[in-house]
Design a protein around this ligand. Sequence first.
Ligand code: AVJ
Ligand code: FE
Length: 443
Amino acid sequence: SAGTPRGDPRQRAAEALERARRRTLALTDCLDESELTAQHSKLMSPLAWDLAHVGNQEDIWLVRAAGGGQGVRPDLDSVYDAFQTPRADRPGLPMLSPDEARAYIAEVRRRAFESLDAAPWDAGVDPLSEEGFVFGMVAQHEQQHDETMLATHQLRRGPAVLDAPDPLAPMSRAWDEDHGEVHVPGGPFTMGTSTEPWALDNERPAHTVDVPPFDLDAVPVTNGAYQRFIEDGGYRDARWWHPEGWAYVRKADLSAPLFWRRDGAMWMRRRFGYTERVPPAEPVMHVSWYEADAYARWAGRRLPTEAEWEKAARWDPETGVSRRYPWGDEPPGEGHANLGQRHLRPAPAGAYPAGAAPCGARQLIGDVWEWTSSDFTGYPGFRAFPYREYSEVFFGSAHKVLRGGSFGTDEVACRGTFRNWDLPVRRQIFAGFRTARSSGGSL
Ligand code: AVJ
Ligand code: FE
């Protein structure tokens, strides 16, 4: 049925874990010890911390919780607990050296595979291991840190160390000029999931939400469109800004997305160690929620709610059923979406026609995370699982929801129901947005 992984669940888990590890090593083997232990930005951990942290979570959840073992290094839990030490203070921790971290995570992985072989996966036997949930959770966790490490690479100064081919441009017109919008009719749809086996607690349970009719940008807002907001004095006009956003741009003295710099009449940006002209047709990224919100108001529009985003991405008007992905239930293929760090940038707006949703919107999955207007809260019937610190402690009005994944998100950590969240001031993540308006006049 839809939402059930194909093939042997053990094999699916093993493949997801191995794919995550190949990526973790690719992101860390390319830098020397001093670069791995340096703090490239106060916003981020040293890469050597992420490296051992993914292994420590695997030690806790796969070696100990699922496998019933003693754990490889329980004494390291406090060093790699994200809640005990904020990112800015992590350089002061008694961390493993990069080589020690590599040996630690390899040993944890060896023991995790023993747990995987022994796990009783009959439905109902053990909620921690049913359908391999906890293995999927750990693979998603490592991939999320890999995306965070990719953001650290973007913040790092110095010569480029990563390389990847560019994504294909759309075949058709210049989408940066007039990208148009799509219509989503009003009415109820199923939001969230109760059947997707590796869905995290915050995606559950499935519930009905009645969404009034709205129009949505067919593609994410582009650099070209965003430049017009800048050139129209958008950053200097309080009318467009949320009051907190206005205070923030004044104080931080912001005038463009992070990593942009003006060179005469041209906008330039730094991207993974290279400086290049800002490509007008590409989705804008490295903007905070406040900037996205201000742009939308300037454009006479607003950010979509999280429910609107998910209805546009999943609701099939033919069947009334919510899909796993905009294009259907099949896992993301290379023609559907720009995911998995195959490329080191978003594709131009209008790419991936095969990944379009029933409403016609493109690039909802992949390319850039999309800010929504919604606060991160639990769905009706939410139950924290397997630990409160994954989601529940972040619920409230401090964090805004992002949807859809970026070019740096692996498919295991991305689907139509997947919810990401961050503070509205965050700019180092691979986040952009699209805008919406209610049908029939009012915003
Ligand atoms: C879901 C991306 C906000 O990185 O803080 C990693 C994921 N949780 N380790 C984050 C996560 C625990 C989380 N985000
Ligand atoms: Fe983590």
